[in-house]
Design a protein around this ligand. Structure first.
Ligand SMILES: Nc1nc2c(ncn2[C@@H]2O[C@H](COP(=O)(O)OP(=O)(O)OP(=O)(O)O)[C@@H](O)[C@H]2O)c(=O)[nH]1
Length: 511
């Protein structure tokens, strides 16, 4: 059984992180490879990118010295600087101080692994570090599972969160399966905005998603519609990087073709990769745009590679595959992209996106306050109503200054959650569908009622006609009776010879 606290449902914000002790080993591997052959082939060409990588790398490793120089040379530079008679006292040490501070505080990084079931997402996460972060027993009934870990190494640490989406795409109707992930990403942003408004911000939980690796099934038949739709939805709110899972199931040529095909589909379908980077850092992050989709082979098993080293790899009847060998897949490059080269780019771009969401949400709250005065869609007290009516200027929001905060208080998280639900595409589609069904049903009932009314009128007509015919018959019978009576009277009078002719005439006239 998995240890309690390492995996919790999305609705529980309090978690106990898992501390990974194997990171030092991982750093060592990284250092070895940075001096060795593997990384050389993917050295950045532009000086800017080189600088950014150095910056990211020295940050992650907790270093604040120039990596190209020895410790002694660094010390000499420092001494020279301190002997420069105060001429260069200034801001030149700020970056170093910032690096030290970052190294001390560590950094929060949340990675979402999305994609259809069984593509090796869990195995990939567990392959990243020398210790497994996720236990294999997954509770299928939870749509979002969060794993928290603290990765320690070289005097700094990384609060690494992994968001898994087990069972994605397993439903009969997958029309809105993407909504769970999209809602999670949006909700984390929303809840961070509201946490920032709290007086005590020490215990803030930051689970904003910085990057989403989207796992694509290895095939030579393109991408499923579900994957295209989901990537489209995710790409607008998170740095999305598509990856080809289980790349060992394709031959080298098939993999090359499949990569080309995916790039074409992504271009045609307009799915932006790492959308939050914007254009400013495009040069620095160009390698992601050039390389995607990354092909991955993942494994938690160890093998002995060609150099006799114990490495993570997969064993086949025909031989072994070292997953870190760039000849077979992009596992190592992706690992470096995420943790060595672009970690800060991913976090900072998400921060920028968050700022945009924040200002958008605050504006929405003010507009909602104006709407609720007009439509009474939110329950507010008389006092609040008076404040909104008399003191707020909704035409020029900036004019209100601090009064806006009072308004934010009235339109709180509960109201915004309701608004989010009302804007939810599934909610809207289901609402429209329900309306359509209701109108279909009521139209059917109305037409049934009309038919029934018509048949009733027809029956009534028939009855009226029958009544008329019966009346007619009755009248005829009455006439016949009177005729008979008359004839009877005439017969009697001729027999008696005393019949008063005037009376007979009267009777006849009456008839
Ligand atoms: N051939 C091959 N098999 C892999 C690879 N990665 C993972 N697997 C295998 O695929 C199976 C499923 O892997 P998981 O990591 O559980 O897949 P998942 O995407 O997490 O699955 P869900 O949790 O259901 O979403 C396991 O048997 C893994 O050993 C790979 O790169 N190549």
């Amino acid at each position: 059984m998995k240890p309690k606290g390492s995996r919790l449902s999305s609705d529980c914000p309090v978690e106990f992180p898992k501390i990974v002790t194997g990171f030092a080993e991982e750093v060592k591997i990284r250092r070895q490879s940075s001096q060795g052959q593997n990384v050389d082939s993917c050295e950045p060409k532009s000086p800017e990118l080189k600088y950014r990588r150095q910056r990211s790398s020295s940050f992650v490793n907790g270093k604040y010295r120039n990596k190209d120089l020895t410790l002694l040379e660094n010390k000499k530079i420092e001494e020279n600087n301190s002997n420069s008679r105060g001429l260069d006292i200034g801001i030149r040490y700020l970056p170093r101080q910032r690096e030290l501070l970052n190294a001390k505080n560590g950094i929060d990084f949340t990675l979402m692994v999305a994609g259809q079931s069984g593509l090796g997402k869990t195995t990939f996460i567990n392959s990243l570090f020398s210790t497994s972060l996720i236990d294999d027993e997954i509770e299928e009934n939870k749509p979002i599972v969060r794993h928290k870990s603290v990765i320690e190494g070289d005097g700094t640490h990384l609060n690494f969160n992994v968001i898994e989406t087990p069972g994605f795409g397993n439903n009969m109707d997958n029309a809105f399966t993407w909504r769970t992930m999209v809602n999670y990403i949006d909700e984390e942003i929303r809840s961070y905005i509201f946490q920032e408004e709290q007086p005590d911000r020490v215990k803030m939980v930051d689970d904003r998603v910085h990057c989403c690796l989207y796992f694509l099934r290895p095939s030579n038949k393109g991408i499923d519609t579900l994957d295209v739709v989901t990537m489209k939805k995710l790409a607008k709110r998170v740095n999305l990087i598509p990856v080809i899972a289980k790349a060992d199931l394709l031959t080298k040529d098939e993999l090359k073709e499949f990569k080309k095909e995916i790039r074409e589909i992504i271009r045609v379908q307009d799915v932006p990769v790492c959308f939050l980077f914007g254009n400013d850092v495009l040069n620095a992050t160009q390698d992601i745009f050039e390389r995607y989709p990354y092909s991955i082979i993942a494994s938690n098993e160890y093998i002995i590679n060609e150099k006799g080293k114990r490495v993570k790899g997969r064993q086949y009847e025909w031989g072994n595959v070292d997953i870190e060998n760039e000849k077979y897949c992009d596992f190592k490059i992706l690992q470096k992209t995420l943790f060595d080269w672009h970690l800060i780019d991913l976090v900072e771009s998400t921060e920028e996106y968050y700022e945009k969401c924040r200002s958008e949400m605050l504006r929405t709250r003010l507009l909602k306050a104006r709407d609720c005065l007009a439509t009474k869609s939110v329950e507010i007290t008389e006092e609040q109503k008076k404040f909104l009516e008399e003191e707020m200027n909704f035409d020029d929001i900036e004019e209100n200054k601090l009064k806006n905060y009072r308004c934010y208080e009235i339109i709180n998280k509960t109201v915004m959650d309701k608004v989010a639900t009302e804007w939810d595409p599934e909610f809207i589609t289901r609402q429209l569908e329900a309306k359509r069904k209701f109108s279909e049903l009521s139209n059917r009932e109305i037409s049934k009622f009309r038919d029934w009314k018509k048949s009733l009128f027809m029956e009534q007509d028939n009855f009226n006609q029958e009544i008329e015919q019966l009346n007619h018959k009755l009248e005829n019978l009455q006439l016949e009776c009177q005729d008979l009576e008359y004839k009877l009277l005439i017969g009697k009078s001729s027999n008696n010879h005393s019949t008063d002719s005037a009376t007979l005439v009267n009777v006849h006239i009456k008839r």
